[in-house]
Design a protein around this ligand. Structure first.
Ligand code: BGC
Length: 279
């Protein structure tokens, strides 16, 4: 079966997040945009954080508003402590609290190891890993202060860390990125262990190849797409909405007993496709 035109599931967006307040970092494009929209469609009011593309962030906010939820656009560099604290203050001022953090903002700066500069290493670690630490810390402070509100959610708060299949798959030429995602895995699990007694759930989503600007070179020509399919048994690239739907479900009370988990969403990329015939 090699048909890549198989239709995506047509999911009705159930309002499983009604009354909840969500923050999505890096919510102006790619996976973050799809997650912000999915949470809004599921009934959450959403803070759409952006770093540089303010216009796109406002378009995302308009889509959320059209779905009947509130949206607030906030610019911040998640790797800067003062920016993160200002963003949380703005959110708490406008929305009163936070129930869901999706720590999504991330980037790649690829180079062979012997050409990678310290600046490239540091930048990716700062945004992808330190940025998630700073946001998770502020979210946990508010979750602990407020506690569980029965009519809103079974949990006092939910954190979803955007990781990657590269938290486990090594990736030559991308050691800064793979190290940041491996770090997210143990940061997420350690935070989950620490805050579970406070009824705070912490999990990761681990996307494989998703059709976004970050990896356009891997899918925007026929040759690249065909080569990518050798790594994906399910034989289609992921769409940002595949991640959006999973985020809405994982943040909802339908996933209430799940904490410390990494949910891989990759069309089978982690299944060692090279072993399908042979080994
Ligand atoms: C990366 C993409 C890549 C995918 C699968 C993601 O985490 O950001 O660039 O295509 O992993 O390798």
């Amino acid at each position: 079966m090699t048909d890549i035109s198989i239709p995506l599931p047509k999911c009705q967006h159930l309002k499983i997040l009604t009354g909840q307040k969500a923050l999505v970092t890096g919510g102006s494009s790619g996976i973050g945009k799809a997650v912000a929209i999915a949470l809004g469609q599921a009934g959450a009011d959403v803070v759409v954080n952006y770093h540089s593309d303010e216009d796109e962030a406002h378009e995302v906010a308009d889509t959320i508003t059209a779905a009947g939820s509130k949206a607030l656009v906030v610019g911040a560099d998640v790797s800067r402590e003062e920016d993160v604290q200002r963003m949380f203050h703005q959110m708490l001022d406008s929305f009163g609290t936070i129930d869901i953090l999706v720590a999504n903002a991330g980037m790649q700066q690829d180079a062979p190891l012997d050409e990678m500069t310290l600046k490239q290493w540091q930048k990716v670690i700062d945004v992808n890993l330190t940025g998630q630490f700073l946001c998770a810390r502020e979210a946990v402070r508010e979750f602990k202060r407020r506690g569980v509100v029965d009519e809103i959610s079974c949990a006092a708060g939910k954190i979803i860390c955007m990781s990657s299949v590269h938290q486990t798959i090594p990736w030559a030429g991308h050691v800064n990125y793979a190290a940041s995602k491996g770090g997210i895995m143990q940061m997420m699990r350690s935070i989950a262990q620490e805050v579970a007694p406070f009824r705070i759930r912490v999990n990761s989503l681990c996307p494989g190849a998703i059709r976004t600007p970050i990896n356009a070179d891997a899918w925007n020509t026929k040759e690249a797409y065909d080569s990518l399919m050798k790594l994906i048994p399910y034989n289609r690239i992921g769409e940002p909405e595949d991640i959006g739907r999973a985020a809405a479900w994982l943040a909802s009370d339908q996933a209430d007993y799940i904490t410390g988990a990494s949910l891989v969403i990759d069309g089978g990329m982690c299944l060692y496709p090279g072993f399908a015939h042979g080994g």
